[in-house]
Write a protein that binds this ligand. Structure first.
Ligand code: ADP
Ligand code: MG
Length: 452
């Protein structure tokens, strides 16, 4: 699923929906409802809100901005910088003069962390177990366990969450530790600012005293040569002083385009870990966790429905919970599967998605061969495991829209060539073995029956 779903209007709707559910009537009608989203810029995660001049800005910042930050964080995954603009609306209020119009950034906490991105709130499953374990090891032994820790995976799978969990973890164990958490974009912007205003030395120096440097989305440095050079020095300074470095990216080090070789090789010094798309059980656990955190109660079947419908992006999975709860609230109906289907129809294009899920394929294949999901995801290569694994991959390619890479990710992080090899193998074998052909056809029929 693409990022398309996260259009500004969708984000704002999600934020409003969440706040409507959670904030009191007074706050809602006095502050939130009159506000308007003027701009959302995903590049630096900034938000510009307009409020009528009769709402005092100071009050708005105290009463509304903290909950807006939280709601935005839930919708887009980071705490945005919120800028408030007063625009000419009705009469100015008489108790407090309106503040000047110049926008002013706000951040929650010094580090700009989302307080919800902790280890406690991180659901662990086969797709992210390695990353979580490595992150915990870094908290236990910063600078010694894995340096750098390099977390990669596609969008919305929990990289930022893991990185921030490390910050929270280190902060609570060593309150005095100097931590710097930056999106790669911030690193670039800070650097450019420093260059412009001739504060280059102090920019450099600011990184010297740091114990833990976390840079999110390092692929943003791609093709920015000067910045790569700068980061290279920062990296070396910290690494040589045994300071912990944690980096995330949307691809493994060697696949980041236009990145200097010497940086790539440094990224590989420590431990590169991948986060894959979550399997169904993990998705269900996440849906339950999100619902619990938002105070929404969901029947088991609704949890299953959501987890089966939104499969490739955890941020969208979270958004789905909000949308379903919001629609039920609006219709004043209990949250049922039909409400959920209605709510998700547009945003995830429910009708367009093939409904066969890889989980059904795996379930049926496992039943048929008498093996477990964990066998298929394991590294074992005995025939009684490889055959069902190959069959499941073959059917996943045939019956779903998943790419070879996604299928490989599902089966214990195998790469696309392995998946391709499996598909070819089964294709050949069902041509020569009638028995195998029948077995595969039988599983396929069972899967299709289930997804109707
Ligand atoms: P990425 O940085 O990889 O794009 P994020 O870390 O922003 O993804 O995750 C997207 C959303 O999904 C966040 O709100 C995050 O809290 C949530 N999330 C991701 N992985 C998990 C998990 N394992 N358990 C609970 N929530 C998760
Ligand atoms: Mg991220």
């Amino acid at each position: 699923m693409s990022r398309e779903v996260l259009r500004p209007n969708t984000i704002w709707d999600t934020v409003l929906t969440a706040l409507k559910l959670h904030c009191d009537e007074h706050t809602w009608s006095t502050y939130i409802r009159p506000a308007r989203l003027e701009q959302y810029d995903p590049r630096d995660e900034s938000v510009v809100l307009q409020i009528p001049t009769d709402i005092p800005r100071g009050k708005f910042e105290r009463e509304a901005v903290p909950m807006l930050e939280k709601a935005f964080a839930n919708a887009i995954g980071v705490v945005p910088r919120i800028f408030i603009e007063s625009v000419n609306g009705s009469v100015a209020a008489n108790h407090e003069a309106p503040m000047p119009v110049a926008p002013e950034p706000r951040r929650s906490g010094q580090l700009g962390l989302n307080p919800e991105y902790t280890f406690e709130n991180f659901v662990v499953g086969p797709s992210n177990r390695m990353a979580e374990a490595a992150a915990r090891a870094v908290v236990d032994q910063p600078g010694r366990a894995y340096n750098p820790l390099f977390v990669h995976g596609s969008v919305g799978l929990g990289k930022t969450h893991v990185l921030q969990a490390i910050c929270h973890g280190v902060k609570s164990k060593q309150p005095d530790a100097q931590i710097r958490y930056l999106s790669c974009e911030q690193f670039v912007n800070d650097f450019i600012d420093a260059m412009k205003s001739g504060r280059y030395t102090s920019f450099r120096r600011a990184f010297r005293g740091i114990d833990l440097l976390i840079i999110d989305d390092i692929h943003f440095l791609s093709s920015k040569e000067q910045m790569q050079e700068e980061f290279f020095h920062t990296f070396n300074d910290l690494y040589n002083a045994n300071k912990q470095i944690v980096i995330s990216s949307d691809s493994p080090p060697k696949d980041i385009p236009e990145m200097e070789e010497r940086l790539i090789s440094r990224f590989m010094w420590g431990l590169p870990v991948k986060i894959d798309a979550p399997v169904r059980e993990t998705r269900e656990a996440i849906v339950m966790k999100v619902a619990e955190r938002r105070g929404v109660s969901l029947a088991r079947e609704v949890v299953e429905f959501i987890a089966q419908t939104v499969t490739s992006n955890i941020r969208e999975l979270e958004g789905a919970v909000t949308q379903v709860a919001a629609l039920a609230g609006m219709l004043r109906k209990p949250i049922s599967i039909s409400v959920a289907r209605e709510a998700l129809k547009e945003s995830v294009g429910l009708d367009a998605v093939r409904r066969t899920s890889i989980d059904d394929i795996v379930d049926m294949t496992c039943k048929h061969f008498g093996v477990r999901l964990s066998d298929l995801q394991s590294q074992r290569r005995s025939r009684n495991v490889t055959l069902p694994r190959q069959v499941a991959m073959f059917l996943a390619k045939k019956l779903t829209n998943k790419t070879l890479g996604e299928i490989g990710g599902f089966f214990g992080g195998r790469d696309h060539t392995t998946v391709l090899h499996s598909i070819r193998k089964i294709n050949e074998d069902i041509g020569t073995s009638q028995e195998l052909g029948q077995r595969v056809a039988l599983i396929e029929r069972e899967v299709e029956r289930r997804s109707q």
